[in-house]
Design a protein around this ligand. Structure first.
Ligand code: NAD
Length: 380
């Protein structure tokens, strides 16, 4: 099939949906790869590397889209700032689109995809089952974000992370609190530990305590009396009473920590507010909060999307698209996930995905002119 990789037009995006090495893998599987000129430039994958991998580099994005049977993207389709046309309308009718589609936030784009009979697959709806792990881009990008969050925190903190015993005296380690210890949180814990900080973490899912402790961090104790985990391994939305008790537990820790990294999310819902304005006031001046949930509303009441603000002497980073801060490996990991999904959906013998398969069914958003993802369909 003809697989096209456009240059991402989302603001400040640096990643590309397929690296040259993966383009070569696709080609060896019998597919043709077309890449928009400059698509990988911000991740140091120049046009020449794609050409050497056997891909065709296309200057004109109109031509790229026109030639495509399948398009690999990272961000949801949006109006192309230079062409003035919506990316969904550049896709030829009946083609396939694979990317993070955020269908709940982008209903207009989803309707356009359905109207053009595009078969679209959203990476964030890949089921979290063992055989789909190699396609799980949410986990890959959360790994990058968690790592980057710890580095950003260390960069803003005006102190060392590690314990230092020097001729000029002994410096105690910084204390880092990680709230939400899923994929991103555990990576933040591991990275802060590697930098030498004293790390503690909290997550309402009971299984997480052992994972946190296995990384050498301590788990913040809190009595949990409600069922907080879904069958799929995600956190459920918690009750107001639970969140109030959690805020009290965190409030008791905050005056003693230097850094808080928050990653708490409940899939498909607004992120829970774990740190109120009053709680920020109680923190030591010079402390740092990095809020990874800011796109979902934020875990800290004072965080602002894409902005770094200082409130009551505390630096609060509204972390946005952290994966774009590590474009080489983020592109490599994302590209591998997309490639694996594509090869799973379209075998050598079939150009039609098998919708009896759980993976294809779970992440398909539009097909044959209809919105098929239940969560994205507007109730009448
Ligand atoms: P996520 O991004 O949806 O949420 C991040 C974390 O926030 C989760 O650990 C969640 O429990 C936590 N959280 C929710 N409410 C909170 C609150 N009030 N306070 C503190 N923390 C709160 O989750 P994720 O990182 O994508 O992963 C969730 C789970 O799924 C993890 O156990 C992960 O290991 C598992 N997972 C399984 C697979 C697989 O089996 N293939 C793949 C990826 C992840």
């Amino acid at each position: 099939m003809k697989v096209a990789v456009p240059k991402e037009v989302f603001e400040e995006e640096t990643r590309v949906a397929l690296t040259p090495t993966l383009a070569e893998t696709l080609r060896k599987q019998g597919h043709e790869v077309l890449v928009e000129s400059g698509a990988g430039a911000l991740a140091w994958f120049g046009d020449d590397l794609y050409r050497q991998a056997g891909a065709t580099v296309v200057e004109d994005p109109f031509e790229l889209y026109r030639s495509a049977e399948v398009v690999f993207k990272i961000n949801p389709p949006q109006t192309h700032p230079r062409l003035g046309r919506h990316e969904a309308e550049l896709l030829p009718e009946g083609t396939t689109l694979i990317g993070f589609l955020m269908p709940l936030e982008n209903s207009e784009a989803v309707e356009k995809l359905a109207a053009r009979r595009i078969t679209s697959f959203a990476m964030e709806y890949i089921p979290r089952i063992t055989r789909a792990q190699s396609m799980d881009a949410l986990s890959s990008m959360a790994t990058v974000a968690g790592y980057k969050a710890a580095l950003i925190a260390a960069g803003h903190l005006k102190k060392f992370f590690p314990l230092l015993m020097t001729a000029a005296g002994t410096i105690p380690p910084a204390t880092v609190l990680v709230l939400g210890a899923g994929v991103a949180g555990l990576q933040a814990v591991a990275t802060a530990k590697r930098l030498g900080a004293r790390v503690e973490a909290f997550d309402p899912r009971p299984a997480v305590k052992e994972q946190v402790e296995s990384l050498g961090a301590s788990f913040v104790p809190m009595e949990i009396s409600e069922d907080v985990e879904t069958a799929g391994g995600y956190a459920r939305e918690q009750s107001e009473d639970f969140l109030r008790r959690e805020q009290e537990t965190i409030a008791a820790r905050l005056p003693k920590v230097d850094v808080v990294i928050t990653t708490a999310q409940v899939f498909g819902r607004k992120a829970p507010v774990l740190i109120t304005e009053e709680m920020v006031r109680q923190m030591r001046p010079g402390s740092v909060i990095v809020d990874l949930a800011v796109r979902q509303g934020g875990n800290c009441a004072l965080s602002r999307p894409r902005e770094t603000v200082e409130r009551f002497g505390v630096t609060i980073v509204g972390a946005w698209n952290l994966a774009a801060g590590l474009p080489v490996h983020a592109s490599q990991m994302y590209g591998r996930n997309v490639l694996n999904l594509f090869l799973h959906l379209y075998s050598k013998s079939s150009r039609e995905p098998d919708f009896s398969d759980e993976i294809a069914r779970s992440c398909c958003v539009t097909h044959a002119g209809r919105i098929v993802l239940a969560a994205a369909r507007k109730e009448p």
